[in-house]
Design a protein around this ligand. Structure first.
Ligand code: GAR
Length: 201
């Protein structure tokens, strides 16, 4: 059984896709041990509680410095003997110490086809604003391992999504979630849990 921890910041629709995948059998041999948010008001924490999964908040606001927050986040994650950490809309930079401790054991979902519209400053709606401004006709989502750069780790899965005439950042965000994110994030977890993607090392 793959033990995963899911890190979230907001609404948690990708977290919901993971719970749904486990319940409907598209994600096999996987258990969500804990959900951690940097934001106490994140609806994702309610989703975790609704599934009887431990829901914790570790916020930078609770600590005097970034170093202390980073340390607390790592200590919290360490308590659960996780096989895999899933960033599902976690909009905080992962501490270097965590990346070193969990090499190729942290995956992230990003709402574009990396290497387009990624890196510093590209998160959430800003990604879709960038895509529309550039006038791309195809965008999508990417699941990748997290390394010490921003959105620079090895790519695991991608799914393309068409941009429609008249799209706004919000309509495009929704389509990218429905047609790509909520499919490839559960798929990547299932592939990892069943030995089709190797983690660690
Ligand atoms: C998702 O679109 C995810 O891809 C994005 O934040 C959103 C979270 O939504 N992540 C990033 O932009 C990471 N750079 P959710 O809370 O409903 O899953």
């Amino acid at each position: 059984m793959l033990k995963i921890g899911v890190l979230v910041s907001g609404g948690g629709t990708n977290l919901q896709a993971i719970f749904d995948g486990i319940e409907n059998g598209t994600i096999r041999n996987t258990k969500v041990e804990v959900v951690i948010s940097n934001n106490a008001g994140a609806y994702a924490l309610e989703r975790a509680k609704n599934h009887n999964v431990e829901a914790l908040c570790v916020s930078p606001k609770q600590y005097e410095s970034r170093e202390l927050f980073n340390q607390a986040l790592l200590e919290t994650v360490d308590q659960y003997s996780l096989d895999l950490i899933v960033l599902a809309g976690f909009l905080v930079t992962i501490p270097a110490a965590m990346i070193q401790k969990y090499p190729n054991r942290i995956i992230n979902i990003h709402p574009s086809l990396i290497p387009s519209f990624c890196g510093v400053g590209y998160y959430g709606l800003k990604v879709h604003e960038g895509a529309l401004k550039r006038g791309v006709k195809v965008t999508g989502a990417t699941v990748h391992f997290v390394d010490e750069g921003v959105d620079s780790g090895p790519i695991l899965l991608q799914e393309a999504v068409n941009v429609h005439p008249g799209d706004t950042p919000k309509t495009l965000q929704q389509r990218v979630m429905e047609e790509a994110e909520w499919i490839i994030l559960p798929k990547a977890i299932d592939m990892i849990a069943n030995g089709l993607i190797r983690i660690g090392g």
